[in-house]
Design a binder for this molecule. Structure first.
Ligand code: ADP
Ligand code: ADP
Length: 232
């Protein structure tokens, strides 16, 4: 579902250039929950942002569902991005919009009709346990509830892939567990492929099928999660 071939990303040029990613090959099959773990500054955020071309790789190809995104023009890329939902550490909700209207936003931007927006948003509020919060504003919600809104919004365009950028790093352990459970639910019920980056071992251990370790811009190790954590 996601394939990175020889992806490199360099910020800047000359003696101050930062080689954030170095020749990354990565394959995430359909339906998998794949984790990439690494220390701060290892290149995790750059890696996940290269998958939806929020960052343009300096070299290499990014193939999602058979389409090479690095070769698409901006209109094609805009369409392809509907296949890729993304959630963030700090949720990135709009303060002036209710829960319902935050989830509806991507659909409004796609020109979906009001009636269809309602038909699509309501089941997502149900799925994420937010039905009774629909008319509240982000400031009235807990961190976990905000992340649920962000997840519902990410699913609104019916993506095939969910990208999670440190999605639980701002949450306490109990809330983290409930968000991870929701992600697992979404993976099982909707068949979504999930790529997540994190610096937290527990996140990877609890939901990932396979995990890669990134260090100084290189994917240095990759294994099924059971093998990854078993001492030799
Ligand atoms: P992580 O998410 O693992 O903390 P990042 O991908 O954010 O790592 O950063 C990898 C490296 O790239 C770091 O050295 C960081 O300072 C550098 N970097 C990230 N974004 C930029 C940018 N926009 N401009 C310059 N350097 C950057
Ligand atoms: P149903 O079988 O009634 O379609 P599902 O369990 O497949 O229900 O999905 C629950 C809700 O999630 C549906 O109302 C559907 O609109 C929505 N949905 C289904 N697939 C996706 C997807 N890939 N991304 C986002 N939302 C989806």
């Amino acid at each position: 579902m996601i394939k990175l071939e020889g992806v490199s990303k360099t910020y800047g040029a000359g003696p101050t250039a930062v080689h954030a990613l170095k020749n990354i090959d990565l394959e995430v099959p359909k339906g998998a929950i794949h984790g990439v773990i690494g220390l701060s500054g290892a290149g995790k955020s750059t890696l996940i942002r290269c998958v939806n071309l929020l960052e343009r790789p300096t070299e290499g190809n990014v193939i999602v569902d058979g389409q090479d995104l690095t070769r698409q023009d901006s209109e094609a890329l805009r369409q392809s991005r509907h296949q890729l939902g993304m959630i963030f550490q700090h949720f990135n909700l709009l303060a002036s919009r209710t829960v319902f209207d935050n989830v509806a936003l991507p659909l409004e931007l796609m020109g979906v009709s009001k009636g269809e927006i309602r038909e699509r948003v309501e089941p997502l509020l149900d799925l994420t346990g937010l039905t009774d919060k629909a008319t509240q504003y982000p400031a009235q919600l807990s961190g976990g509830q905000k992340q649920r809104v962000a997840i519902a919004r990410a699913l609104a365009s019916r993506p095939k892939v969910l990208l999670c950028d440190e999605a639980t790093s701002a949450l306490d352990p109990q809330t983290t567990a409930s968000i991870l459970e929701l992600l697992q639910d979404i993976n099982r019920k909707l068949g979504l492929t999930i790529l997540l980056i994190t610096h937290e071992m527990e996140v990877v251990k609890s939901i990932c099928h396979r995990v890669g370790l990134i260090s100084d811009g290189e994917l240095v190790e990759e294994a099924d999660v059971g093998d990854f954590f078993t001492a030799p």
